[in-house]
Design a protein around this ligand. Structure first.
Ligand SMILES: Cc1cc2nc3c(=O)[nH]c(=O)nc-3n(C[C@H](O)[C@H](O)[C@H](O)COP(=O)(O)OP(=O)(O)OC[C@H]3O[C@@H](n4cnc5c(N)ncnc54)[C@H](O)[C@@H]3O)c2cc1C
Length: 451
């Protein structure tokens, strides 16, 4: 059985492991990634100051070492190879392409200078090649991060860390240099609903109280009307509330930087200054309403305030990117699927031998660990659907490499990646960091040529 997995993030690797563990048949897995480097958001999303989370890649290395696994990096579906070609070379295909687009606020002036989707900021500080040339004007003193998830927390924390804190991480060198000279002193995290509805996790929230040069600030008023469902038990929301209460009870701090957590506000407009760049954000005050089904929604009160900030980072979620030939669900903004089986978005008829895992299947829900069981679940469908498929004769396994090379694609193998890894780690040692990332695809390929 030959399977192509498109995308080498956690969901792709856990799917590969589940396939390679099959004892009833030998499965050959070719894992493609549009980047020369594997691991998706573990490399390009997880915050540089959370190194311990990145050690999960050791598990993926074990999968990559299995004899019937191959990594074909620097090969993009829709760019270098088509879905039709994959069907010719493989019995089954798994899309594990994540969510590479941002949800939009949909308010006036969202596209002006210094209002930048959070994925650009995250990609920039994490050395993602797509964003190595992004520019952030860090001469502003106040920044608003819109959203109440861990991504909002991560980006606020990265804006507020001291250079000494950042140096020890694998932050991209260009971002470290820019943040060294940053004038940002205050960051506002803005939530549409109350603390009881925030999706950030207690561990991440608590960290604001432990940073070298940051005082967290919460208004007791914002906590007063907090609604947490009675059946929430020991839910993280309770822990969040306790942490927020402890922040609200703190005496005014003397640290140089402030982190404000604001709730019950919805942005209605980005305010442009005379220079056309962000000069503020208009916010409508909300109140909470409990719906008959128990969900809690925010309703605008019509009361507007303008927050004086020089930069806005909308962090309200991500969507899957459209890829030519891959059915797309316009409503859910993911690859159209029924429980991981790819379907036609209109008729809902199954597209044979195509599957989807991870964020491309569900949208941006779930931590790295959640993909293990979720990908294994989809692999069960593949096994159920795939009986007898391996009888179909395919071209030689190397035929796909030949096709790609004829197109001028330089395929990066897992051994090649290990060489890049060694180079990055050696570069990092010079600054006392876990690694100093190569951020340019051309530079990565040159390093491989030199070796
Ligand atoms: C900023 C941020 C911080 C996070 N921090 C944490 C954390 O601390 N702890 C935690 O547990 N979880 C964290 N998460 C969540 C975690 O990263 C995700 O749950 C997980 O990475 C999703 O896995 P995935 O495999 O679906 O997608 P991804 O990890 O996004 O992987 C998708 C892969 O597909 C590749 N790809 C995309 N399009 C193509 C194409 N056309 N052709 C070939 N390849 C393609 C990409 O290059 C990428 O390598 C974080 C997420 C974000 C955004």
């Amino acid at each position: 059985m030959r399977v192509a997995i498109i995308g080498s993030g956690p969901a792709g690797f856990y799917a590969a492991e589940a396939l390679l563990r099959r004892t009833d048949t030998v499965v050959h897995v070719d894992m493609f990634d549009r980047l020369p480097t594997p691991y998706g958001l573990v490399r390009g999303g997880v915050a540089p100051d959370h190194q311990s989370i990145k050690t999960v890649t050791r598990v993926y290395e074990k999968t990559a070492a299995r004899p019937t696994f191959r990594f074909l990096g620097n090969v993009g579906l829709g760019r270098d190879v088509t879905v039709e070609e994959l069907h010719r070379h493989y019995h089954q295909i798994i899309y594990a392409v994540g969510n590479e687009d941002d949800r939009r606020l949909g308010i006036p002036c969202e596209g002006i200078t210094r209002c930048t989707p959070v994925s650009v900021f995250i990609g920039w500080y994490n050395g993602h090649p797509d964003y190595r040339d992004a520019k952030f004007d860090l001469s502003v003193s106040r920044v608003a991060v819109v959203g109440n998830g861990n991504v909002a927390i991560d980006s606020a924390r990265m804006l507020l860390r001291t250079p000494a804190e950042l140096e020890k991480t694998d932050i991209a060198a260009h971002a470290l240099e820019a943040l060294r000279h940053s004038k940002v002193r205050e960051v506002y995290i803005l939530g549409r609903r109350g603390p009881g509805q925030a999706s950030f996790t207690p561990t991440e929230l608590k960290e604001f109280g432990e940073m070298e040069d940051v005082d967290p600030i919460v208004s007791p008023e914002d906590l007063a009307g907090c609604i947490i469902p009675e059946n929430a038990g020991n839910a993280p929301q309770w822990k969040n509330l306790k942490i927020l209460q402890s922040f609200a009870e703190r005496q005014p701090g003397t640290k140089a930087k402030k982190l404000h957590l604001r709730f019950l506000v919805s942005p209605t407009e980005i305010i442009a200054g005379a220079d056309g760049k962000v000069a503020g954000i208009a916010l409508e005050k909300n109140r909470l309403e409990v719906q008959p089904d128990g969900t809690v929604s925010a309703r605008g009160t019509g009361e507007i305030e303008v927050l004086d900030v020089g930069m806005v980072l909308p962090a309200i979620g991500f969507t899957a990117k459209r890829i030519a030939g891959v059915p797309y669900d316009e409503r859910a903004k993911v690859i159209a699927n029924e429980d991981g089986r790819v379907v036609d978005p209109v008729s809902r008829a199954v597209t044979p031998n195509e599957y989807v895992v991870g964020w491309a299947r569900t949208g941006p829900q779930g931590l790295i660990g959640t993909h293990k069981a979720a990908s294994a679940h989809v692999v069960k469908h593949m096994i159920a659907d795939g009986a007898g498929l391996e009888a179909r004769q395919l071209p030689d396994p190397e035929a796909i490499d030949t096709l790609l090379r004829q197109r001028g694609v330089q395929i990066v193998s897992f051994n090649d990646w290990k060489r890049l890894d060694d180079v990055e780690v050696a570069r990092g040692e010079r600054r006392g960091a876990p690694r100093d990332k190569l951020v340019d695809v051309e530079a990565m390929l040159e390093v491989l040529d030199q070796h």
